[in-house]
Design a protein around this ligand. Structure first.
Ligand code: 3PG
Length: 217
């Protein structure tokens, strides 16, 4: 069923409210999807972004979509076909590094709330004009980090962001203490070596630490 920009923003806000951090996952092997998602959800991070950057990504989304308590989204959406594939696999939200009219239209037609990327005031204002007031700030660190996002928030307080790209335990608090940040995205909670070793307890512990990070908004 199609979704409006207003309803997509409302849903994005709900998803971003679930936890301070959305893990960004690059998973090569779908057989690890379920225990990985279970560990993250158990650690307190229910919203998960699976990037469509590996051949296994759609199978990973399919496997994670069944995990109780999880809300699985598809990241790195670039084309309308990506949107169709993500929805068919069971994704409940979409994330993109930027936004195009075609991508936005496809997400609205497919009923997929889109967390679209913006890195400048103009990009954020263009999305706001279309009805989207919850955006990804990407690439967060390379775009000036928390101080840049704070500066954008001064004239545009009506837009909330999920900064992603270079967010780490060392700087997460700088972002999460901003009034225009609802949550942040990051890959550090899912280190490749822990996934390769099946260290689900270790990943759950990292998730638990991330889930404890405090937010202002
Ligand atoms: C990405 O591009 O993979 C995401 O933005 C996550 O970035 P990170 O690995 O710096 O957390």
């Amino acid at each position: 069923m199609p979704i409006s920009a207003i309803d997509a923003s409302k849903r994005n806000r709900e998803i971003c409210a679930l936890a301070p951090i959305i893990p960004v996952l690059v998973v090569k092997d779908a057989t690890v999807a379920r225990p990985l998602a279970e560990a993250l959800v158990a650690g307190g991070l229910p919203a998960l972004e699976v990037t469509l950057r590996t051949p296994a990504a759609l199978d990973v989304i399919r496997a994670m979509a069944d995990v109780p308590g999880g809300v699985v989204g598809a990241g790195t959406l670039v084309t309308p076909q990506d949107v169709k594939n993500a929805v068919a696999a069971g994704a409940k939200f979409g994330v993109s590094p930027g936004a195009t009219d075609a991508l936005i239209a496809a997400c609205e037609a497919e009923g997929l709330p889109l967390l679209a990327g913006a890195a400048t005031a103009t990009e954020a204002m263009a999305m706001l004009e279309k009805g989207y007031d919850v955006l990804k700030f990407f690439p967060a660190e390379a775009s000036g980090g928390a101080s840049a996002l704070k500066a954008i928030g001064a004239p545009l307080p009506q837009i909330s962001f999920c900064p992603t790209g270079g967010v780490s335990p060392a700087n997460a608090n700088d972002y999460l203490s901003l009034s225009n940040v609802v949550c942040a995205g990051g890959s550090w909670v899912v280190p490749g070596d822990k996934v390769a070793n099946g260290d689900w307890a270790g990943i759950e512990a990292l998730a638990r630490d991330a889930a404890k990070l405090e937010r202002t908004s």
